[in-house]
Design a protein around this ligand. Sequence first.
Ligand code: S3P
Length: 227
Amino acid sequence: MNPGWSDRDEAVAAELASLARSERYKRPIALAGFMGVGKSTLGPLLAEVLERPLYDTDSYVERIAGRPVHTFFPNEELEFRRLEAKAVAELVGRGPSVIALGGGALLDKQSRTTLRNRSLLVHLHVPWRELRGDVPALVASRPLLQGRTLAEIHELYLIRLDTYRHAALRITVGRQGAALAAADVLRALRSLEGPQLPPGDAPVSRTAVVLKALAHSRSSNEMDMSL
Ligand code: S3P
């Protein structure tokens, strides 16, 4: 049993795992969101439940570049973005998986289009009022944030937020932690439209999918509609 999951979450997870195994749901699930929202914690959980490989764009970049992500900042961000876009293009083509995206991966227009068209793009959202408390810890571990003031980091957050609007689903990750957020993502997946649906599920509009996902999530954690 995963920590923090109810019996219902487990049941949803089991259902999703069988759905994924049946290969009806083929798109990669791509996790977007600001640094520190929990993509790297949630990604492995989802990958485990869905029995899919887990990919990470930062790790991919490090592998092809042969050096750590932090060495690209502050002077070689453009090169980092080029390699990050390459990572997205390559990883999306590998079949069903869970992909943890770097926080800035959606800055690239081509990556946004690719992810919108070929993955299920999920925005893991932490409202600024919650994230701001974690900023000192984030600054210590994220090269991109070093030397920036709180106001500058907030500005960066807002720029990023604008790119995350391209996601088909938004899940608010509250203080409840990654396991419950993973359960929210799994519940949302159950509501998906399109050819991946198991027979018998009525197709619904994208808006309805999002609303349904939000409603499901609201039952277990707070959803922030105002951003
Ligand atoms: C970045 C986020 C980082 C990493 C790089 C740049 C960003 O990934 O890709 O430091 O621009 O937001 P995480 O979101 O996994 O920390």
